[in-house]
Design a protein around this ligand. Structure first.
Ligand code: A2P
Length: 341
């Protein structure tokens, strides 16, 4: 199977990339090095993750004239043309780097500066893809999460359609090759398309077997927007995980399928994503898992197993930030007019 998808912008984006959300400074550099050394050519970043400088440190060690990857021998490239995927020297063009515009930077006057800051932190002259991280805009400023005294978030009334116009200027200026969205619902995707000079290349959303996103996927594909799954393994390490919540990778039904293919539950889930044409960005800071997560192109799930995994859907969102209100946990931004869910 072709391990790339072609975006509406014409770029080829690797179906598996390394996620860096929750990868702590002090850990993420080694993770990116391990990923590049075992064949990853796609790194997913965001200003809000607070670790772009360290990701940039790793890129600087591997990408550019005279720098090379230390390739781990093995079959992680099964099905790939070796001549295509084992370059001795990695050029900037070989690696697909995504970053995201944070909610405090939606104002037209802030977008370019935010992009340039991510570029400087990553040590790059352009991004392959730049996404609006969420449709809601927060109050402008340096604070990541501007809040009132009572803890509630301060929003601003900048509309994401206006932010999109500023994003398009980044393409015109050559700072980014493509632009896209994250956490947008189908109506909001259409809303952007209705004003766009450059159609969004990607919508990056939470997606895994417990939240299979069938309707959103069909919609995005019908309008030519590629979908990237974040938290593709169910993000067991999310900060607000509750002790009694279901753990996707411990689901015995997945275990049974994994045993049949002599793969791990994580590999089965990732194969399910790529086999349905969804780009995925599993996060790991563990070299053995990073390598394992790339080894999903040397087996194929039967149609029956694909359908069975699809049937695990319980429309369960793990990643909507929650807060405590009147003794109950509620979605933090639920009252915002642009809240997507
Ligand atoms: P770690 O980073 O300690 O290796 P998601 O990408 O859905 O957010 O999931 C990330 C979580 O899944 C992290 O806790 C990560 O752990 C864990 N993880 C990543 N790859 C694997 C794997 N192959 N097997 C088990 N857990 C994994």
């Amino acid at each position: 199977m072709d391990p790339f998808v072609t975006l509406s912008s014409g770029q080829r984006m690797p179906l598996v990339g390394l996620g860096t959300w929750k990868s702590a400074p002090g850990q993420v550099k080694q993770a990116v090095l391990a990923a590049l050394d075992c064949g990853y050519r796609h790194i997913d970043c965001a200003a809000a993750y607070g670790n772009e400088q360290e990701v940039g440190g790793a890129l600087a060690l591997r990408v550019g004239p005279g720098k090379s990857t230390l390739l781990i021998p093995g079959d992680c490239f099964a099905g790939w043309r070796r001549s295509d995927c084992l370059p001795q020297e990695l050029s900037r063009e070989d690696v697909f780097v995504t970053s995201k515009l944070w909610n405090t930077k939606h104002h037209l006057e802030d977008v370019e500066e935010a992009c340039r800051t991510s570029l400087a932190h990553l040590g790059l002259s352009y991004l392959d893809l730049y996404l609006i991280h969420w449709p809601m805009a927060f109050q402008r400023g340096k604070e990541l999460m501007p809040r009132r005294g009572d803890g509630s978030v301060l929003y601003s009334d900048t509309h994401y359609r206006d932010t999109w116009l500023a994003m398009e200027r980044l393409v015109d200026k050559g700072l980014v090759r493509a632009i896209g969205l994250s956490n947008f619902n189908a109506r909001q995707v259409d809303d952007i398309i209705s004003v766009a000079r450059y159609k969004p290349a990607v919508n990056q959303v939470e997606c895994h077997p417990y939240l299979s996103q069938a309707n959103l996927l069909s919609h995005c594909w019908a309008v030519g927007v590629c979908v990237t799954a974040y938290s593709p393994l169910g993000s067991g390490d999310r900060p607000w995980a509750l002790a009694d919540e279901p753990r996707l990778l411990e689901d015995p039904r997945l275990g049974a399928i994994a045993q049949k293919y002599r793969k791990t539950a994580a590999q089965v889930v990732l194969r399910w994503h790529v086999q349905r044409g969804v780009v995925c960005i599993p996060k790991s800071v563990t070299p053995s898992r990073i390598e394992q997560n790339m080894r999903v192109f040397d087996f194929c799930l039967s149609e029956e197993d694909m359908k069975q995994i699809q049937s695990f859907d319980r429309n369960e969102r793990f990643i909507v930030p929650t807060v405590e209100r009147d003794g109950q946990r509620v979605w933090r931004d639920a009252e915002h007019p642009h809240f997507p869910f």
